[in-house]
Design a protein around this ligand. Sequence first.
Ligand SMILES: NC(=O)c1ccc[n+]([C@@H]2O[C@H](COP(=O)([O-])OP(=O)(O)OC[C@H]3O[C@@H](n4cnc5c(N)ncnc54)[C@H](O)[C@@H]3O)[C@@H](O)[C@H]2O)c1
Length: 299
Amino acid sequence: MSGPAFRGRVLEGDMEERAIGVVGLGTMGSGIVQLIAQAGFRVKAVEAGREALARGMRRVREGLQRILEKGKIDEEAMEAALSRISGGTEMAESLAECSLVVEAVPEDAELKRSVFSEMDRVCAPETVLASNTSTIRITSLASATRRPDRVLGTHFLYPAPAIPLVEVIRGRETSDDTLHRGIEFLKACGKDVVVVNDSPGFAINRLFIPFVNEAFFALQEGVATAEEIDRACRIGLAHPSGPLTAADAFGLDVVLAVMRVLHKELGEKYRPAPLLVELVEGGRLGRKTGRGVYEYDTA
Ligand SMILES: NC(=O)c1ccc[n+]([C@@H]2O[C@H](COP(=O)([O-])OP(=O)(O)OC[C@H]3O[C@@H](n4cnc5c(N)ncnc54)[C@H](O)[C@@H]3O)[C@@H](O)[C@H]2O)c1
């Protein structure tokens, strides 16, 4: 895909030609930047510091390189996508001209609320603010702004460029117009959407993360080895990687954060597996730290 695919309500009137912002270029944000740039939008990426920004931009390039090697895009499309992305460390500079901003900072309610408050301060009043949160209530993030009607959830799944679905979360105050603008933007990125209400874990994580958590219980109780649990789910359930490999890719800290919210809000049956807690406390967070359930070659 190339060219300015972004048309319609998000860019109506003087919004035309405005860019999309992405705040936080980690596991998810870097994939979201890649996807949006490939879809033809200009992207303004914001990170917390110079080093994190360089790391995030490197991840975006590596993501494009991977699909280039698979023959899904050519060199020209890759360079065109990269040319649409600009990175910075100051929200005020980067986000002023954005019509929609996707927040993808770590799953910490206080951090996200402060980022939403800052985005609200620096963005134009009509800008839509979206969160990629896995579990935090959109209504709570919206209440940190003066535009709760222009806040919604856009829950991309890992890896964002490849998974065709995005969960759209409607907060208590989200207006119909904001919902439509969000959906229109996601469709322009080639995504299918489901609209869900603002409840713990929304739909996908409410169903999938307890399954991953159960795999940690099975592993700690010696039901089977990690490899066999994953192999059983790949072959028997048609899961692409198996739950333990998936957990390493998401980040075990992210899996645990989701389970903690489900546990707190929905009760005992969502208790995090002790093995999962132990691995996170020991710094084994998965691929991003080189060790999780499995060991990775980080050289
Ligand atoms: N990892 C997954 O598989 C997955 C899947 C779906 C949704 N999510 C959600 O996406 C969000 C991001 O998760 P992630 O796994 O990409 O986290 P991550 O830790 O990999 O990346 C977060 C990035 O945000 C940056 N950051 C922190 N504070 C910032 C600030 N004030 N301004 C700008 N950048 C800042 C960090 O430097 C880091 O690079 C979370 O809400 C998570 O729950 C994650």
